[in-house]
Ligand binder design. Structure first.
Ligand code: ADP
Length: 394
């Protein structure tokens, strides 16, 4: 606050006193006004409910024994109301009965405190003060949370924009390096150009993964599923990454099984998941190592399992439970570039297909990752199969 600014006190809390004993209401109002609170009065249930909605008090001192609509019911109506400002009104219950069960029931219904008649005005004053203080602290905390949430959203939007802006020049750098590579032939600059090209590809890939995690892109995934020749999709992925393997003298061993069924899946995302697993196998396997890929039927033909087995550096047992979480990397990964998003993307995709991801590994011996996806059929396909069955039964 600047010097000379007037000191503004927060508005006095507004308290609704609800009791059918008029003298008691007057006495409480008088005592509370002396403490600078604003007071409103109501003498039966319906009048109280009306004033709660029009006056929106901060606190209600609520007697339980009221004509027409009792205090329990009003308490219930407040806590169930869809309007936040009504639902969160503080309640101090008053009762002539000192039964523990009543007190517990009142607190269970959502009252902030409970006072038995007769009570001293000093005690009532203290309790009112305490409740209002607590409510203020909670509401300040909520405001803080809202503010932080807003800030986080703002930062996320900013991050997404930066990533988009970074991607464009990166892609064009990569494309230029590729063009120059064609002209350079055997020139020694070819290696440098290849390095520029590959690093720009890798960076683009990471940026895309960060974008994916800040943009819930999986929303439409389930509705965009179709029957996919899973074998062909695995082969396509292997063919795509053979050259990457050869750079480390790693041959990818893949023997297709030609009798596999089709799988109901989102082809684009499934391919992305397969690529991530194969890229990891190649990345975490030293030069001259071996990577095997296989697709087999499992669960009595109800599912297929796609297996990626390497004889690379392997994973420490204590890291296995966390590697599917975003931004988590194993201790073994220190020597390799990465940001720890690849496997979490695979898990997200597999979960959305109703499948499972499995891993087995031993340090220095290698790792085997496999994804199991159920073979679900489209309704059209099921109808066609049933029609064919009926036809053969005739
Ligand atoms: P990144 O490779 O960017 O670190 P991932 O999410 O793809 O992120 O993988 C998470 C971690 O799992 C890696 O950091 C690494 O420790 C481990 N990992 C994944 N695949 C393999 C593999 N084939 N062999 C050994 N470790 C692996």
């Amino acid at each position: 606050m600047k010097n000379g600014d007037p000191i503004v006190n927060p508005p006095a809390a507004k308290i609704l006193i609800v009791d059918d004993e008029r003298d008691l209401v007057e006495m409480l109002a008088f005592a509370l006004q002396k403490k600078e609170y604003q007071t409103i009065r109501a003498y039966d249930g319906p009048e109280a409910w009306g004033k709660i909605q029009t006056e929106k008090p901060d606190l209600i001192i609520l007697d339980l024994m009221l004509p027409d609509l009792d205090g329990w019911e009003i308490c219930r109506m407040i806590r169930r109301d869809e309007r936040k400002e009504i639902r969160e009104t503080a309640i101090l219950m008053l009762s002539a009965r000192a039964l523990t069960t009543d007190r517990i029931y009142g607190l269970e219904l959502g009252a902030d405190d409970y006072l038995t008649k007769p009570f001293s005005l000093a005690e009532l004053g203290l309790r009112v003060e305490r409740i209002l203080k607590k409510r203020r602290a909670v509401s300040d905390l909520f405001k803080e949370v809202d503010h932080l949430r807003y800030k986080m959203q703002e930062q996320e939007v900013g991050l997404r924009k930066v990533i988009h802006d970074l991607k464009t020049p990166l892609i064009s750098m990569g494309a230029s390096a590729k063009l120059l590579m064609r002209r350079a032939n055997q020139d020694e600059s070819l290696d440098f150009l290849r390095s520029i090209y590959e690093n720009s590809l890798r960076l683009t890939h990471w940026l895309e993964e960060i974008l994916i995690f800040s943009d819930s892109p999986f929303k439409g995934m389930v509705s965009e599923m179709e029957e996919v020749e899973i074998q062909a999709l695995v082969k396509k992925t292997v063919d795509l990454l053979r050259a990457t393997g050869r750079e480390k003298r790693i041959e990818i061993d893949f023997r297709p099984d030609l009798t596999l069924p089709t799988v109901l899946c989102n082809e684009r995302w499934m391919q992305r998941a397969l690529e991530n697993l194969l890229l990891n196998a190649l990345k975490y396997t030293p030069e001259g190592g071996k990577v095997e890929v296989a697709v087999v039927r499992c669960a009595e033909g109800e599912a297929v399992e796609i297996i990626f087995k390497d004889n690379g550096i392997g994973i420490f047992a204590e890291d296995l439970p966390k590697i599917f979480e975003p931004f988590q990397r194993g201790r073994n990964a220190a020597g390799e570039k990465g940001i720890g998003l690849g496997l979490s993307l695979v898990k997200e995709v597999v979960d959305l297909h109703g499948g499972k991801i499995l891993v087995q590994s031993q340090p220095q011996k290698g790792a085997t990752f496999s994804i199991v996806v159920p073979v679900r059929k489209t309704l059209r396909r099921k109808a066609a199969e049933m029609a064919a069955e009926n036809f053969t039964n005739i």
